[in-house]
Design a protein around this ligand. Structure first.
Ligand SMILES: NC(=O)c1ccc[n+]([C@@H]2O[C@H](COP(=O)([O-])OP(=O)(O)OC[C@H]3O[C@@H](n4cnc5c(N)ncnc54)[C@H](O)[C@@H]3O)[C@@H](O)[C@H]2O)c1
Ligand SMILES: [Zn+2]
Length: 365
């Protein structure tokens, strides 16, 4: 089992450990008992994960004498709302939860974001732990303490920064993950590799066959660990996304806009992959990135089965105006994370709109 320590603001009380391994449930339970963060725990999960793992996880906790109960909500992004948060909070109160209780998020990013959000506001804040079960949650959403729910007009509009007490990343959960969900996580891993660790691209390329053997997720341990180390490093330096953390948005400025313009019919990872293709093209057009680097990474995305073309039917003007409305933009300027070389990203606020238009049109052909 690998351990990564997340150190925040040099305040020991808010630092925590992230454990990564395969089939680590028993050891996780011991660590939770030893952590003594709460007297009683509520396992929060969605219907899919509860069907697959709910009773097994509950049994492991209970067999070690941990008082734990499960609360489930319907799987899917549509559940990531303030209404679900209220329903879960009412259920918690009804079952007698108080300030000495803790939450355990068992699931993908939806469960993690929602559970963290509830934990940050229930009785002005109670502790929570994460058991991420999708590749995306393991390498991305479970690290960094961003919690939240969606509003009908935009995603993640209500939220908090609230760090968990510990994260237990068990790649054993990936055995049942649908291939499309693997692709979502893979896109974020490729993003991390591009912005900080080009050697990870080589590793992904070398191990491609092993990694896609869905029944045996062990080879993901070193990959997930390396991606987590990258996100950890960035989050530690810039917890509240004021500067450096923005480089994690590589591929996301255009990706989010494509996702929203397609009414979320395009999965996040695919949209981010298209967004990365856009950022690579812009970087090259602006004279920052050598053609050979752009071609190598584009080739890699395609080999990995990630799309680099934007669907022709999507409105270019619609995509552009979505980018201008993104909550991360300052004033009217759209900020792009661009690349000088693999591992050398920078934030650029001065990309001419005409070039953005040309890039999107180019990706459609
Ligand atoms: N907090 C952050 O920093 C951050 C970062 C990125 C994304 N997010 C959020 O994460 C969410 C997306 O997360 P996601 O991609 O994990 O989606 P998700 O939580 O909806 O999970 C995807 C699907 O996989 C199922 N599932 C989960 N684990 C499984 C397993 N082991 N086996 C089989 N099926 C399983 C789920 O029930 C769901 O149907 C979005 O709401 C996004 O905003 C947050
Ligand atoms: Zn993302």
């Amino acid at each position: 089992m690998n351990r990564i320590k997340i150190n925040l603001d040099k305040k020991i009380s808010r630092s925590y450990d992230l454990y990564i391994g395969k089939d680590i449930q028993d050891r996780a339970t011991l660590l939770i008992a030893r952590g003594n963060w709460a007297k009683r725990y509520f396992l929060i999960t969605d219907t899919n994960v509860s069907d697959l793992y709910g009773s097994r996880v509950l049994d492991t906790f209970r067999s070690m004498g941990m008082p734990v109960e499960m609360i489930t909500f319907p799987a899917g992004e549509a559940s990531k709302t303030i209404h679900t948060a209220v329903a879960v909070a009412e259920e918690l109160l009804g079952r007698g939860a108080d300030r000495t209780s803790g939450l355990i998020a068992l699931g993908g990013g939806v469960v993690g974001d929602l559970t963290g959000f509830i934990a940050s506001i229930f009785m002005r804040g109670i502790p929570y732990l994460q058991f991420p079960t999708t590749l995306m949650a393991q390498v991305d959403s479970s690290i960094g303490g961003k919690t939240g729910v969606d509003l009908p007009m935009a995603k993640n509009m209500l939220g908090t920064f609230c760090q968990p007490k510990a994260v237990f990343t068990d790649v054993g959960f990936l055995k049942t993950l649908p291939v499309a969900e693997y692709m979502n996580g893979l896109a974020e891993i490729v993003k991390c590799a591009i912005i900080d660790d080009p050697g990870l691209l080589d590793l992904l390329e070398e191990q491609a066959v092993l990694l896609m053997n869905v029944g045996e997720p062990e080879p993901w341990v070193p990959i997930v660990t390396r991606a987590c180390e990258i996100k950890k490093k960035i989050v530690e330096i810039d917890e509240k996304e004021q500067g450096l953390r923005r480089i994690l948005n590589f591929g996301h400025t255009l990706g989010h806009a494509v996702e929203a313009e397609a009414d979320y019919a395009i999965p996040h990872g695919e949209a981010v992959s298209m967004g990365m293709a856009g950022a690579l093209n812009l970087s090259e057009k602006l004279g920052h990135l050598p053609v050979s680097d752009r071609e190598r990474i584009m080739g890699f995305l395609q080999k990995a089965g990630l799309p680099v073309r934007i669907p022709g039917g999507l409105s270019t003007e619609g995509v552009i105006s979505r980018m201008q409305r993104d909550k991360k933009k300052e004033g009217k300027v759209v900020h792009f994370v661009l690349l000088r070389r693999p591992g050398m990203p920078f934030v650029n606020g001065g990309v001419p709109e005409s070039l953005i238009r040309e890039t999107i049109e180019g990706l459609k052909r």
